[in-house]
Design a protein around this ligand. Structure first.
Ligand code: SF4
Length: 297
C-alpha cells in the first residue's frame, strides 16, 4: 500500500482499511496545523489506487470500514471519488462505509446531486474539522469559511443522507473568551446535529502562524480553569438527539467520552469534579508534549 509523508486518521478509525487517494492537504494553511506542511498536495492516480485496492483484496481484512487518506480526501472531484468507491465495491465488497476527512470547502465544491450519488456509493461518516462557531475565530485560524457557510454546507450534507463527525477546538478563541466560544460553537453543533463530536484543545508546533502568535504573545492560550469552564458550558449548551462525545484527545484537560444526551449530567459532573481536584492550578497554562498532551502546568 502506498502512503506519502505522514498519514493521519481519527483514533476511532484504528481498525479501518486506510487507502491513500490524495497526498497532503489541499488547503494546508490552517493557522494551527503543521500536519502536512512538508507534504505537497497531490491527487493519487486511479491506477495507483487500483493497485492498492488489489493489494488490500489479498489481505484477510477484518473490517467493514475504510478511511480514505490524506488531509481532506473529500476534495477529490465527485466523479473521481465515485470511481474509487466503485473500484472498492468491485474488489472489497465487505467494505460498507467509506469515511474520510472533509472540509467545508470540499462540500461547497459539490452539487446536491453529486453528494447524493456519493452517499449511495457507500461514502459516509465524514470527519470535518469545523473547529469553532465564531466567525472571527474561523477567520483568525484561516479556515476559509464562515459559520453561516459551515452550517449551510453541513445541512446540505445531512439532506443528502450523510452522517458526519465534527472536530471542535476548545480555547480556539483564546483566553478570556471561553464563554462566548462555548455558546456559539454549541449553537453550530446543535443546528447541524453530528453523530459524533471530537474535542481537543489549542496546541501548536513550530512552523505554523498560531505557534508564532503564542510565542510573541498576540494569542494567549486559555488557562486550565478556562478550558474546563469552556468544556462544561459547551456540554451544558448541547441539545442533541443522539451523538457520541469523543473527548479522548491527548490535548484535553479531562479525558472523557459518552453518549449525548444520556450521559450529559454525568459528564458535566466529571468536569466539575476535575475543576475541584485541580483548584490549585486552575490559573496555570498547560505545558505540552507530542499531540498537545498536557504533561505539566
Ligand atoms: S487542519 Fe485539516 S484542513 Fe486545515 S491545514 Fe490541517 S489538514 Fe488541512
Amino acid at each position: 500500500m502506498k502512503f506519502t509523508g505522514l498519514t493521519y486518521r481519527p483514533p476511532f478509525e484504528a481498525n479501518s482499511l486506510l487507502l491513500q487517494v490524495t497526498r497532503g492537504c489541499s488547503h494546508n494553511s490552517c493557522a494551527f496545523c503543521t500536519m502536512y506542511r512538508d507534504t505537497p498536495f497531490g491527487e493519487e492516480t486511479l491506477e495507483q489506487i487500483q493497485r492498492d485496492i488489489d493489494e488490500a483484496a489479498q489481505m484477510n481484512l477484518n473490517t467493514h470500514r475504510a478511511f480514505l487518506v490524506n488531509g481532506d480526501a473529500f476534495c477529490l472531484p465527485a466523479n473521481k471519488l465515485a470511481r474509487v468507491a466503485e473500484m472498492m465495491g468491485e474488489k472489497l465488497p465487505q467494505i460498507r462505509t467509506i469515511a474520510m476527512y472533509a472540509s467545508i470547502r470540499n462540500i461547497q465544491e459539490k452539487t446536491d446531486k453529486e453528494l447524493r450519488m456519493l452517499r449511495r456509493l457507500g461514502i459516509n461518516e465524514l470527519n470535518i474539522g469545523v473547529e469553532s462557531g465564531m466567525d472571527d475565530v474561523l477567520d483568525y485560524m484561516n479556515k476559509g469559511y464562515t459559520v453561516a457557510e459551515a452550517k449551510a454546507e453541513l445541512l446540505r450534507l445531512k439532506e443528502a443522507g450523510f452522517d458526519y463527525a465534527l472536530n471542535i477546538i476548545f480555547g480556539a478563541a483564546g483566553s478570556g473568551r471561553q464563554r462566548e466560544h462555548a455558546a456559539q460553537t454549541a449553537r453550530l453543533v446543535n443546528d447541524t446535529q453530528p453523530f459524533l463530536i471530537f474535542t481537543g484543545t489549542v496546541h501548536t508546533d513550530p512552523g505554523c502562524p498560531l505557534y508564532d502568535a503564542v510565542q510573541e504573545g498576540s494569542f494567549v492560550e486559555c488557562t486550565i480553569g478556562e478550558y474546563l469552564e469552556e468544556e462544561e458550558l459547551f456540554i451544558a449548551d448541547l441539545d442533541l438527539e443522539r451523538c457520541f462525545y469523543f473527548g479522548l484527545h491527548p490535548s484535553n484537560v479531562i479525558q472523557m467520552q459518552g453518549w449525548l444526551p444520556d450521559d450529559k449530567e454525568e459528564m458535566i459532573a466529571a468536569v466539575r469534579k476535575t475543576r475541584e481536584d485541580m483548584k490549585r492550578i486552575l490559573d496555570k497554562r498547560p505545558i505540552r508534549a507530542g499531540e498537545g498532551a498536557i504533561v505539566a502546568v
